[in-house]
Ligand binder design. Structure first.
Ligand SMILES: [Zn+2]
Length: 184
């Protein structure tokens, strides 16, 4: 499992990327990383090999260092302009996940359950909205609105410890309200 350094957290803040929007890819092969990131609809990761130029570890899904070249951030977000954002909820834990998906996320709940995302097996999709523009940005907005409830969950995935940063612990109605506000 990798931890974000204070410098990395500061960098994300300056770039208006919620810490909930970056994926901990430590211990994953490139193929596995791409598979999981695509399914989770996340754009940025850390925990991989450091870049040659600066030793940074925050990268786009395609592997570009966003600390060396911040224009990759806007590029990546344009790439996720159209799509669905959704709220998944686990009754047993009270956890909430806010996610983005290019395809319709109806099978996303099954994916999360099969992955045991965050060590949880009862994920259920509670709200979905298709957005023609700014879907990735709206997802960031909801992450930012719920930031105080962010609950980093560490779980064992195929033998390696992974940190889920996209999980929030708050009242479902509160999350649904933030979702409605951002997507109205
Ligand atoms: Zn770099």
């Amino acid at each position: 499992m990798a931890k974000l350094s204070p410098e990395q957290s500061q960098f994300l803040k300056a770039q208006k990327i919620s810490p909930a929007s970056v994926f901990d890819a430590s211990g994953l092969s490139q193929i596995e990383r791409k598979r999981v990131m695509t399914a989770l609809g996340v754009s940025f990761y850390y925990g991989g090999s450091p870049c040659a130029a600066g030793g940074h570890t925050l990268r786009t899904k395609a592997g570009h260092c966003i600390q060396c070249d911040t224009s990759k951030i806007a590029y990546q977000l344009r790439n996720s302009a159209q799509g669905h954002i959704y709220i998944a909820h686990s009754k047993s834990s009270g956890y909430i996940k806010v996610g983005y998906s290019k395809e319709h996320p109806q099978d996303r709940a099954a994916f999360l359950r099969n992955e045991k995302y965050g060590g949880i097996v009862d994920w259920d999709i509670r709200s979905i909205k298709f957005l023609e523009y700014d879907a990735g940005k709206k997802e960031f907005e909801i992450h930012a609105a719920l930031e105080q409830f962010q609950k980093p969950v560490i779980y064992n995935k195929n033998g390696s410890l992974v940190e889920c940063r996209e999980i929030f612990q708050c009242d479902l109605n509160h999350a649904l309200e933030a979702f409605k506000l951002a997507t109205a």
